[in-house]
Write a protein of this length. Structure first.
Length: 478
């Protein structure tokens, strides 16, 4: 058993879970170590919010230890502390979504994801901070304030899962959940040098969701290693009758070893996705990693898919969703909403039915072009567009009343998200690994056996690369 608290806080979730199950480490000891780290670091970075007091956290950990001592059957995440992203309803915690409108709202039901994590044995201690309504690439709001990067307190932690990303980088949590419409898993992973996967649409239940069959937003895992992200996804994934957008899958596949040969695998090298903004410093780092793939046996070729029209598809569908989900709130609470949210909702209200239909038709055409592209290339490697980490005070300022820098500054991150493709950031030179989507079975018939999740190859390839080029631990500033 590790003797130092800091060692426990940066140990892998798989190893921690094994130590707890074999009773070489107690949930109480693990909680005490994380509370010490949280109390030391969280006041500087503001990653975890709505936290229970320390005594309550320790009492919950003690109950986890008693369950194990009684010989009860426990879940795969038993005893691990967690803070749910504040876009998830979780009984016992405020559910604000980063909005003043909901600052005092206490939910009476868990989301399906929170329910699954509880059943897996996590010990909930609070929430992770988000941008207001999950809108934007920088995590700040008027309820809890701004979350900053543990590597540099003047920089943004990204968004909207910035609280989760910063908490992982700083050793405040072993794993974390996030969600992603236009980069909200991968952008914070990029800024905080951790791992995230935007999984195939329909792999992780979204319920309850106001638009369950649109298929743009997903929920996914975040961790400090590829193996831990896969481990968390093995709990998160799988169909649920409350979500009609889910498809049959085999989540246990993600908990298996990730070793694989990449010999002869064809990889498309497309750092800027055909011309999107990419910081020259980031481009330089990416180029140094290209050799890693050839050393692993991959056939790396410069190739980019045809993404024409993709940006407008994303912007129109996002605005249309926002207008329909938040339009009534804007009518009643305009003075409590940030300018970026108002702009996005009003942009959606101006769209006609024809505009939305056109975007959906173009979405289908885009997915078909990508399907054909990935008949040749199993993976596509690219950078996070505009990926240099930015000052948080500058990201929070924008062109109020227009397409402001905070919300639109990283629009390009979402360029490929509406293809159903799994896409991950794995914390080594800010590379993205994108792969072929999981095929949806015919919804009118039931397959004989669940299909193996196609997101597994993404984890295996990412695991090989990250093992060759591991990221550094955050040296906390301030």
């Amino acid at each position: 058993m590790a003797s130092e608290s800091s060692d426990l806080c940066f140990m892998s979730a798989r190893e921690l879970q094994s130590l707890i199950r074999t009773r070489k480490l107690s949930a109480h000891e693990l909680m005490a170590a994380h509370l010490q780290q949280i109390n030391r670091v969280n006041p500087k970075i503001n990653a975890i919010v709505a936290k229970l007091d320390d005594d309550k956290c320790l009492a919950l950990a003690d109950e986890a230890d008693r369950r194990l001592a009684r010989g009860e059957k426990v879940g795969p995440l038993h005893g691990l502390p967690i803070a749910f992203k504040d876009t998830e309803a979780a009984i016992g915690f405020p559910f604000t979504g980063g909005s003043l409108i909901y600052k005092d709202y206490m939910p009476t039901e868990d989301t399906v994801l929170v329910e699954r994590l509880r059943n897996a044995g996590v010990v909930p201690i609070g929430k992770t901070n988000v941008s207001e309504f999950g809108m934007g690439s920088h995590t700040y709001n008027k309820v809890y304030g701004t979350t900053v990067d543990p590597y540099d307190l003047t920089k943004s932690a990204g968004g909207c899962s910035g609280g989760a990303g910063a908490a992982l980088a700083a050793g405040l949590l072993p794993v974390a959940n996030g969600s992603d419409l236009g980069g909200s898993l991968r952008n914070p992973a990029n800024f905080n040098n951790v791992v995230a996967l935007r999984p195939t649409v329909g792999l992780v239940p979204m319920a309850p969701a106001p638009l369950p069959l649109i298929g743009f937003t997903v929920k996914g895992p975040m961790a400090r290693s590829v193996a831990d992200a896969a481990f968390l996804l093995s709990v998160m994934a799988g169909p649920d009758p409350r979500d009609p957008g889910c498809h049959p899958s085999e989540p246990s596949a993600f908990a298996k070893p990730l070793d694989r040969s990449l010999e002869g695998v064809r990889v498309a090298w497309c750092p800027d996705l055909g011309g999107l903004p990419l910081d020259r410093r980031v481009r330089g780092v990416l180029e140094t990693q290209r050799k890693t793939f050839t050393d692993l046996g991959c056939v790396v070729e410069e190739a980019c898919p045809d993404l024409s029209g993709a940006d407008q598809v994303f912007l129109d569908i996002r605005a249309w969703q926002s207008s329909n989900v938040f339009g009534l709130l804007l009518e009643k609470h305009r003075d409590q909403m940030k300018a970026e949210a108002i702009w996005q909702i009003e942009a959606g209200a101006r769209l006609s039915g024809t505009d939305v239909a056109r975007a959906m038709i173009q979405h289908g055409e885009l997915m078909e072009r990508m399907r054909r592209f990935q008949e040749k290339y199993e993976f596509m490697l690219c950078g996070e567009p505009g990926a240099a980490v930015r000052r948080h005070d500058r990201m929070a300022k924008g062109n109020r009343g227009g397409k402001d820098g905070e919300l639109r500054g990283l629009d390009e991150v979402g360029l490929l998200d509406h293809r159903d493709l799994p896409s991950g950031h794995f914390g080594t030179g800010r590379l993205h690994l994108r792969g072929a989507p999981g095929r949806h079975p015919d919804r009118g018939s039931l397959p004989r056996r669940p299909r193996r999740p196609s997101d597994c190859p993404r984890f295996r390839a990412s695991n090989e690369l990250r093992s060759k080029a591991a990221g550094d631990r955050a040296e906390l500033m301030g």
